[in-house]
Design a protein around this ligand. Sequence first.
Ligand code: FAD
Length: 356
Amino acid sequence: MDSDRFVPVVVIGAGQAGLAVAYYLRRFELVAGQDFVVLDRGPDAGGAWQHRWQSLRLGSAHRVHDLPGMAELGLSFDTAERDVPAREVVGDYYRRYEQHFELGVERPVTVRSVANRGADLLVQTDRGAIETRFVVNATGTWGAPFIPHYPGTPGFAGRHLHTADFVSAEEFRDKNVIVVGGGTSAIGFMLELEGIASGLTWVARRPIDWLDGEQLDVEDATAAVAQQDKAARAGQALPSIVSGTGVPKTRRIAAGINRGLLVAKPMFARLEADGARWADGSFAPADAIIWATGFRPELRHLAPLKLREQAGGVTVASGASWTDPRIFLAGYGPQASTIGASRAGRTIARQIMALL
Ligand code: FAD
């Protein structure tokens, strides 16, 4: 990559959000590589999906929406193979999409910082710098796993791991495992570990809000999206999506509830060297704790721009930073689903075209 070249628009991240923005920029006749560039640190196509565990399948609880224009390639996630790992299907579809629309993604390129250079911006990467007028940050959350702190955490002698570290249930054969979290990842881990782990305990901070439907279309989760939008507009830290959506009861999940597997205990009061202790004195032994406790937006590289508010978030409306009109955040807050990310493309690309 050239050092210190000028490209009017830099999109950081080639996941659902970054690709959707790039697609509309192309449709508005910007030339990939000259008028805009997409940088991604991943080794391959697929956004965060390429890093997800082998056994994860598409549509296991949530619907994965198509990227804009994907039908032109004869592809749809709705009809994609359900027996193939999600990471392979998504990687394959994104790769074909990038090639078909000539989105010119440059990878692996890691963006280290975005800072002011006069009226413009300087994007520093591990492969040189780019001067630009607009940055679309579409970096998702996978790189910023969140683990809450509980008393006794440092003294726990077993293994802590987060959703982002999960490789396969086999690692936990004959081990005592505690799964923490109230979302579909925690539930998926419980189902996979059943019969493999010798002891399995599920804990969640609040009672699970089970939904009757088989699949959650995040688009229908209007209350959760509205909550995210409200927080983003107020510059507040974003609430957990699951707290606003509830969890759909697929047939597999309903069967797990009926046989007593998917019954969450309340959070433990503290961790001890060899397990967790509840306020009533009860104890569960643990060799490992899987924290399926979510992610935070990955925005460290934007720190020089000082976008973060005292309320803990970045003020964003319709994908645009309120503080700095040169910065767009695609896939942030209300856009943090595959449908939201796809829609972000049009909204953000239009605003950029108006400003260019
Ligand atoms: P990502 O897919 O994370 O893409 C961000 C990209 O930015 C990555 O490719 C990364 O390499 C790149 N990047 C990050 N930082 C940098 C940097 N500094 N420099 C260069 N590149 C960088 N949503 C649904 O709608 N349906 C589902 O079924 C669903 N299942 C999910 C399952 C799991 C386990 C998780 C964690 C989330 C799931 N989601 C689902 C949410 C889903 O991930 C998002 O909706 C969507 O895929 C996110 O797209 P994105 O483009 O915002 O982020």
